[in-house]
Design a protein around this ligand. Structure first.
Ligand code: SF4
Length: 306
């Protein structure tokens, strides 16, 4: 089966909608057209990813999760963005590399994997910087297997342990079981984290986790489960503290506030107890100014890029 055919009966993510994306959209909200809402240099990823020259991010539209607190919901759930073709995506990769960024950072790429791999094939031999798969963690191992030889760094965001919580906040009751299996495979594919002499990441896995208000016990259980499934040198943990309630959180009272320092620190303690190394996030970065601006038009994106 060639890659394009995967879109005729799409089962790329655990939703397994089975829709023909050349004719209709799946749960992720996307058809077979590649849609993005921004690309450019991004300085706000983890230090070994953004370094001094930035990550070369491409923000894809749509998402197979429906997180009620998503900071990027205008593109992940509400349609903002514009269509590009495979060769335009390949050109974007090269344009970003020419800007001197450290890597190509594919943000929410899962439902466009076939087209992304076609674009990476087009730039084979010319794209020399690492490629990052920066995803929400809700992944199928069959799709992750396709990335071997194309992706150097995996950056899954692992959100919940409890299935009741994941069903309520992201409409994915099977979230943790799918995520932990996918991260296991990511670590097998990418190997232990490797950085260059300047501390810039070349390969490996960074597991991100955003601490939610009133959910520290779920976060601690999740970290402990990671401790059971991974040795401390296999993955890095990035513990994020930037939760900012969105308007929709008014309907989800339990998360309608910021995470406290106590909550964050108690999860941090669990990370240390499991022996994981990684990154902490400064609470000050929990500001809306760090949410990038998204676009409906390629020409605007280009003029806004540095
Ligand atoms: S990628 Fe989209 S269409 Fe395909 S299975 Fe997932 S949600 Fe459904």
């Amino acid at each position: 089966m060639n890659r394009a055919e995967l879109l005729y009966n799409c089962t790329l993510c655990p939703r397994e909608c089975g829709v023909d994306r050349t004719k209709e959209k799946g749960f992720c909200g996307e058809s077979a057209d590649i849609r993005i809402a921004r690309y450019g240099r991004h300085m706000w990823e983890e230090p070994p990813i953004s370094g001094s020259r930035g990550a070369g991010t491409v923000f894809f539209c749509g998402c197979s999760l429906k997180c009620v607190y998503c900071q990027n919901s205008e593109i992940s759930q509400f349609g903002k963005g514009y269509v590009i073709n495979v060769s335009e995506l390949a050109d974007i990769f090269l344009e970003l590399q020419d800007k001197g960024v450290h890597n190509i950072d594919l943000v929410t790429p899962t439902h466009f994997v076939p087209q992304i791999l076609d674009a990476l094939d087009m730039v084979k031999g010319r794209l020399t910087i690492p490629v990052i798969y920066n995803c929400g963690g809700y992944e199928k191992t069959d799709t992750i297997k396709m990335l071997k030889g194309y992706v150097d760094i995996f950056m899954p965001d692992i959100k919940y342990y409890d299935s009741v919580v994941s069903a309520r906040l992201s409409k994915a009751g099977d979230y943790f079981e799918k995520a932990v299996r996918a991260v296991r495979l990511m670590a097998d594919i990418a190997g232990k984290p490797v950085t260059d002499d300047n501390g810039i990441m070349k390969s490996g896995v960074i597991v991100r986790h955003l601490v939610l208000p009133n959910h520290r016990k779920d976060s601690i259980r999740l970290i402990e489960k990671l401790g059971e499934n991974f040795s401390p040198d296999e993955i890095l943990i990035s513990l994020m503290n930037q939760f900012t309630p969105t308007k929709r959180c008014e309907l989800y009272n339990e998360i309608n506030r910021r995470t406290t320092t106590f909550e964050y620190n108690s999860v941090l303690k669990a990370v240390s107890a499991c022996g994981f190394d990684g990154f902490m996030q400064d609470r000050r970065s929990a500001k809306e100014e760090y949410i990038p601006q998204f676009f409906n038009d390629k020409k605007v994106t280009i003029t806004q890029n540095d």
